[in-house]
Design a protein around this ligand. Sequence first.
Ligand code: HEC
Length: 108
Amino acid sequence: MRSAVRTTMAVTSLVGAALSAAAAEPTGKEIFDRHCIHCHGPGSEPGTPQLSRTRGAERALLTERNDLAPEYIQAVVRNGLRSMPPFVPSDLTDAQLEALVQYLTAPR
Ligand code: HEC
């Protein structure tokens, strides 16, 4: 009985720790605003004008596009693309990259 109580308490504190870790995880939008928007926001350089020049004005803003595959976004973020720098796992964890890709590929 006592050990059941102890086990329950241990499980409860593990769940509590997991929940607060989840709450601390930034959202996809927060990650985009922290790591990407200064090059890819409206009026930002060089991402926005470069994509406008090479992909067309209607593809200038990543947050307005729905033509990019999740795997492509992941590959560009991890490897970089021309003047865009790569983001390694110490910059963005796999979980953060996943949240970011979900934000950028959400239906719109
Ligand atoms: C230092 C500026 C800079 C930052 C920071 C940056 N990018 Fe870029 N990004 C660029 C540039 C410039 C290009 C265009 C590269 C080219 O010439 O094809 C680009 C291209 C891309 C493309 C390719 C789009 C296409 O049509 O092929 C994706 C996807 C992308 N960026 C995602 C991101 C994401 C997500 C982040 C944040 C994690 C980010 N970028 C951060 C500068 C940046």
